[in-house]
Design a protein. Structure first.
Lengths: 267, 267
């Protein structure tokens, strides 16, 4: 049974697609065949990144790993109940098909609430929620008392995850490993970073996730979109620009993969 | 007739809510009564920021400008046609009500495609599209040839804006001023910034927007969410931490307001 990793956060621009791409590259380099589903059916940032990668492979002849892609469409049924049933069937077919050939399935969610995203959250063995170091992003997990900074209660995204966990428990599946990954961390300004950090620590105990140090704000994480490459691919493409930021970025990716404690993955 | 400013970009986390908050603060300080609508009905980041501001005013007694908020709800009709008609009516009521007392109406859109967002784009006198300095964000405006970097064609968000402009023309309204605002600009790495910049310049001629230099990546734009303050409010709250980044941020806000060429606004 393939291990299912879901990248989820209703907050837009938190880094789901970027993390999906880099996690795919890391898993592929550990020798795994990776299946991927992009649930952001309008934007498709993750699948667009992969299209660019495929175009790069075709025009340069460079050997680079590619995942097995499964494309999903929304149901066009008018009735909500019929549409939901059709989407559940399609989602289930997608997982089964990818499971035939892949040891890992990566699912990138949109920055909005959709039925497919809800299904993905229930199917996740590992749920990764990237977030900016910002109390605006934090607000989607939980509301804080603006005067004391204490947690008042869960917000819309945490409630969605809770509902998915209930569905998972009802289905008799083992509990999800919910990992919050800090992304676009600023090099300066320790105060804001500490505030978000302590809010996350307090909340993690209450709603059951663990926090891992993630990625700094680094242009190398976004400047290779057109070529479909990630910094992990630079050995194969012969581009050995090993500046300090790239070395640090590589180490960040390694640390993230290690802290995910994934089966049959050694970094 | 109030001047309607819409913050739109289907790409999540591009800075719509952050720009909405700072633009509100700037307009209020120019003496304008500002009406606001938050169309991100699930996340409500802009209205949450304003709730925190109101709580700050109440507990500290500080005098700070507040906007006139109008809350919209989705229609619960089953039929898509009936829901659309109800939402159009509610949207129209919202604009008329705010127009009674406000010279400016600010509408913050979600990072996804909704009917209300489509209506807002057609109603906009000024449409501001913030975006990260990233070809991943750019991909929602237009697809680039991955080999040559040339524009291949419009993407899903540019098509949505085009459709809104047609609706606007049909309604006999004067053309929208579509402004793309660069946000979270990195201090280093000129190469990526140049690539995005030249892609924007080429696209702006083809699909009719203008580009304005926007905001740098600065913690001051996000660290005051809990108090509901912006850096423009710090004079009133007696917090005169005038470090270099804050002075630069203040200047960036001033430049943005100036380049928007808004009626009865002098900075
Ligand atoms: N660690 C990082 N360093 C620099 N830029 C980053 C980093 N992570 C993400 N970005 C940039 O931030 C923006 C948002 O990232 P991304 O598209 O991965 O987020 P997302 O959560 O998938 O967004 P959406 O909600 O729209 O699907 C993109 O322009 C991306 O290139
Ligand atoms: N100029 C900036 N400097 C530093 N941080 C910023 C800046 N602009 C935005 N941010 C941060 O980036 C994140 C995304 O910004 P914001 O919520 O305003 O985007 P949005 O387009 O409204 O997102 P959504 O699509 O979810 O509505 C937030 O954590 C915000 O605090
Ligand atoms: Mg994405
Ligand atoms: Mg927003």
């Amino acid at each position: 049974m393939a291990h299912i990793i879901v990248l989820g956060n209703e907050k837009g621009g938190s880094g789901k697609s970027t993390t999906s791409m880099h996690l795919f590259a890391a898993l592929a380099r550990c020798g795994h065949q990776v299946g991927v589903i992009d649930l952001d059916l309008r934007q498709k940032s993750f699948f667009r990144y992969l299209e660019n990668r495929e175009a790069f492979i075709n025009r340069t002849g460079t050997k680079l790993p590619m995942p097995v892609r499964h494309v999903l469409e929304y149901s066009t049924f008018d009735s909500v109940a019929a549409a939901q049933a059709e989407e559940e069937a399609r989602f289930s077919v997608a997982l089964n098909r990818l499971d035939e050939t892949c040891s890992y399935i990566l699912i990138d969610c949109p920055g909005s609430h959709t039925r497919y995203a809800q299904m993905a959250h229930a199917a996740a063995d590992t749920l990764i929620t990237p977030m900016n170091d910002s109390l605006i992003d934090f607000d989607l997990l939980a509301r804080l008392n603006p005067e004391t900074g204490k947690v008042l209660g869960p917000s819309v995204y945490a409630e969605m995850v809770w509902k998915a966990r209930q569905l998972r428990a009802t289905a008799g599946l083992k509990p999800v490993d919910w990992v919050v990954l800090r992304n676009r961390i600023a090099t300066l300004n320790a105060r804001n970073k500490r505030r978000v950090g302590s809010a996350l620590t307090e909340l993690s105990k209450r709603i059951g996730f663990r926090v891992i140090p993630g990625f700094g704000e680094r242009v190398v994480f976004r400047e290779m979109f057109l070529s479909g490459l990630t910094l992990l691919d630079l050995k194969d493409t012969g581009d050995i620009s090993l500046n300090i930021s790239n070395l640090a970025a590589r180490q960040e990716v390694r640390e993230v993969v290690k802290s995910l404690n994934l089966p049959d993955v050694s970094i």
